[in-house]
Design a protein around this ligand. Sequence first.
Ligand SMILES: Cc1ncc(COP(=O)(O)O)c(C=O)c1O
Length: 478
Amino acid sequence: MSSNIQLIFEKGNNAEQQNYVPKMDIDEINLDKIIPEKLLRNELPIPNVPEIDIVRHFIKLSNKTYGVDTGIYPLGSCTMKYNPKINENIVRLLGFTNIHPLQEENEGSLELLYHFSILLGEITGMDGFTLQPAAGAHGELVGLLIMKKYFENKQTKKQKIIIPDSAHGTNPASARMAGFSIIELQSNKQGEVPLDQLKFAMQDGDVAGIMLTNPNTLGVFDRQIKEITRIVHEHGGLCYYDGANLNPMLGICRPRDMGFDIIHLNLHKTFSTPHGGGGPGSGPIGVVTELIPFLPEPCLISTKLGVVCRENNDKSIGRVKAFWGNFGVIVRAYAYILALGAEGLRKVGQIAVLNANYVRVLLQVNYDLPYNRICQHEFVISDRNMPNEVSTDDIAKRILDYGIYAPTIYFPLIISGAMMIEPTETESKQSLEYFVEVMNKIYEEAKQDPEILKKAPHNMPVKRLDAVLAARNPILHD
Ligand SMILES: Cc1ncc(COP(=O)(O)O)c(C=O)c1O
């Protein structure tokens, strides 16, 4: 990275300087009796800098990062919505931070986890949940392992999964990891699953089921969804719902009512917990009653004695994460759901759809919309009609110069030069209009001064990178 910020560990090595690191005031322990000598270091290069320099160093770094607290973050498929600060206060209550899952007095936390599962059940219609998976993709893997075990238990080994080409990339990856091979369905002109192809694929007796997100990554709600799940069930398959796109569906329709048997949710998207950079996340799995015995363990069930922990059921796929999952993420999501209530959640879904459609209609004046129909929480534009061969990459880099994070680019793969835009419900009308204004300015620049786009960004700490070289040979500091 070309930046003028020194690493904190390179600072303060001047011997003349005052010594800011306090002397040890406890008896030295003879560490080499406890730790093998070859694992011990003789030097500990703690930076010799005063507190104020450390604070300035990290504040400078934090000013170079971008997040939902900095500005609009229209990253399609990621639901980067505002994370209410009150949820941060709640998760920091000492009752939550000062406990350990192995201590005995943790009934309150177990009660919270159990009640949270009940709420997820109400929202989605599913009968049982595990909260263990640490991300959406982890949830997918767990859900597919449940599917696999279900068929093994029926002594019918099924090896294939149907996945439409509009699926999130993690779907086929998870299916492969769970040991399935993939039958890909090509979306039709409306961006939906072609029923004739689905019926044909289901003739193959080796198919375990379908994996589907609805709305899909084009932001399109598949109107044939009940017919799709009916066809799969009719042939003895199971239906897996990638619930990462649940945000616009909240309080409006439920995956169970669409006919799904297994679902995962992304708490870090739909239920507004902080995420980015790969985590921390939470991807609970919900299942119908028939599949509850296969859930990972331990799992919480309600009895007359209160919430108890079920373990050692030989049908279970086993443990998939330490303890109960990412507890802090779950507490934040729980607070979010309780604060909004049923009406509030419904409004979340409605405004997410309204905001996306508002931006879609304003952008269609200058930008190509390959699937231009009422969308759900997101939609996809492309660089097809851009003047002077300006590409999606150029547009995405130039957006940064205007102080906005770029949409998801070159995904979904079925649209060449895709830009996937998801404004979310937490952006104001002014903020949405600012985004459109920037996009329109960029279009004008493409006509009049394309070089400015091709060399963008101009005022970021990191300029245009050779993306291929950077991926293969990253230089992580000066
Ligand atoms: C539709 C869809 N499925 C699955 C995932 C994977 O979720 P995660 O990134 O938490 O693994 C995402 C992530 O954005 C997604 O948008």
